[in-house]
Design a protein around this ligand. Structure first.
Ligand code: ADP
Ligand code: MG
Length: 234
């Protein structure tokens, strides 16, 4: 469950950002994917990363989610420097990501997919409780899905909703969406934006990655523009 955040929109400026990136650089062989990137993300804020293909957006996300380690720079969570060494560690720190193509287990049902990471962490699963919790999370999101249906056959939009429910079950504080709308219909994009706004109201900080400018200006409170691994402006 997400605790409703105490700060209203716009009242977040004087608390430590939930996530702060300071001077991060990352190089792959000849490619300087990121150079001296700094940005701050606050609770209850939708912050967009906008940039052309190859600008370094996904590399930054992989650093925040523990897939890559930065060559230089610092990551702070709620004002505290952290080393995010693995995806599991990112998850423990309240960082979750959803992608254009969700990675659900097709033969598991919706509830099992939502709670799969809890099994990884050694929790004992009570089946009744798992179904009840999955139904409650989806109901709070306003998503109508049968939690006993297999993930196989769900639309991409429904799969993303399951990923979001999964993030909520893990007490997500920072939700990263990397090009989540690329394969969605216009209607599905609006449904996803509604979910994003609900999470924002609950105090989740959202990093929304896109190269579609109209979309970014519709959903984001702040926009950071990347070009060739550098942050151009916020
Ligand atoms: N694992 C990798 N190995 C080598 N080069 C990479 C790797 N990941 C990204 N790059 C390069 O880093 C640059 C930034 O890529 P990326 O972060 O994926 O950009 P974006 O998500 O903005 O399209 C690109 O030139 C890309 O080819
Ligand atoms: Mg990318």
């Amino acid at each position: 469950m997400i605790e409703p955040h105490e700060l209203a929109d716009g009242a977040t400026a004087d608390v430590a950002p939930v996530l702060e990136i300071r001077g991060v650089a990352k190089r792959f062989d000849a490619t300087q994917a990121l150079e001296d990137v700094s940005l701050a993300l606050h609770a209850g804020e939708i912050h967009a990363l906008l940039g052309e293909n190859g600008a370094g957006k996904s590399t930054l996300i992989k650093i925040i989610t523990g897939v890559h380690q930065p060559d230089r720079g610092e990551i702070l969570l709620a004002g505290r420097p952290v080393a995010i060494r693995s995806a599991a560690e990112a998850q423990r720190l309240g960082v979750a990501a959803i992608y254009q193509e969700p990675l659900l287990f097709p033969d598991l049902n919706v509830a099992e997919n939502i709670f799969i990471s809890h099994q990884d962490r050694g929790a004992v699963v009570g089946w009744r409780e798992m179904y009840d919790d999955a139904e409650r999370i989806l109901a709070e999101l306003g998503v109508a899905l049968d939690v006993r249906n297999p993930a196989r056959g769900l639309t991409l939009a429904a799969q993303q909703s399951v990923e979001i429910a999964k993030a909520i079950s893990l007490n997500v504080r920072i939700l990263i969406m990397d090009e989540p709308t690329a394969s969605l219909s216009a209607h599905e994009v609006q449904e996803l934006f509604k979910l994003a706004r609900d999470l924002k109201r609950q105090g989740v900080a959202i990093l929304f990655v896109s190269h579609r400018m109209e979309e970014v200006f519709e959903i984001a409170d702040k926009v950071t523009v990347f070009r060739d691994g550098r942050l151009i402006s916020t």
